[in-house]
Design a protein around this ligand. Structure first.
Ligand SMILES: [Zn+2]
Length: 188
């Protein structure tokens, strides 16, 4: 089974055809399956000329099984390349910071919308399959935690939060953590 086919996705082609890529848009995308609503997501899209801070902000709720719904709110960077015959083409940058691949479709995988390759992470590893958030969620959570980290070292030793971060990334030393993420994202 190709898991990504069953997943919800956001296609750049859809955003373009719907006229969402002209400056500023605040829209709700709804998914249906045989006429039944299966989910919705609110997107705020900034593709105006205000500097080069182009993004799509995603706002939705997620849950696994019978859990409480959890609100999700994060940005995906957008980027444009010039077309051969004028105009420009827009791309998503994968929101997994260490992946950052340019792509035109984002797939929902667990809690997040990410590139096709990262979407496979949640399913790829048997080891993580039984865990609630999966490998992808772990990396995303670690990256979010990393942004809140103010002090990395104290008297030459990693701080408690720094050590926690390394564990979140799946290693005890920076090298181990980097290798774990790189291996997961297929960077070797
Ligand atoms: Zn990715």
């Amino acid at each position: 089974m190709d898991t990504t086919d069953a997943a919800r996705r956001i296609e750049m082609t859809f955003l373009r055809k719907s006229g969402y890529l002209c400056g500023w848009a605040w829209k709700t995308i709804r998914w249906n399956c045989r006429g039944e609503p299966t989910g919705q997501i609110t997107v705020k899209i900034a593709t105006g000329s205000d500097g080069d801070n182009y993004y799509m902000e995603l706002d939705y709720k997620t849950r696994s099984g019978d859990e409480e719904w959890r609100p999700m709110d994060y940005r995906v960077r957008l980027e444009s390349t010039p077309c051969r015959y004028g105009g420009k083409r827009w791309w998503f940058r994968c929101p997994v910071v260490r992946c950052n691949r340019r792509n035109s479709i984002l797939y929902q995988s667990g809690d997040y919308f990410v590139c096709r390759k990262c979407a496979r992470l949640s399913y790829a590893s048997q080891e993580y399959r039984s865990r609630r958030i999966g490998l992808l969620g772990r990396i995303m959570d670690a990256e979010k935690f990393e942004m809140t980290l103010k002090r990395w070292y104290y008297r030459g030793k990693p701080t408690r939060k720094h050590r926690k971060l390394l564990r979140m990334y799946g290693g005890k030393s920076p090298m181990e953590a980097v290798n774990a993420v790189a291996a997961a994202l297929g960077m070797f």
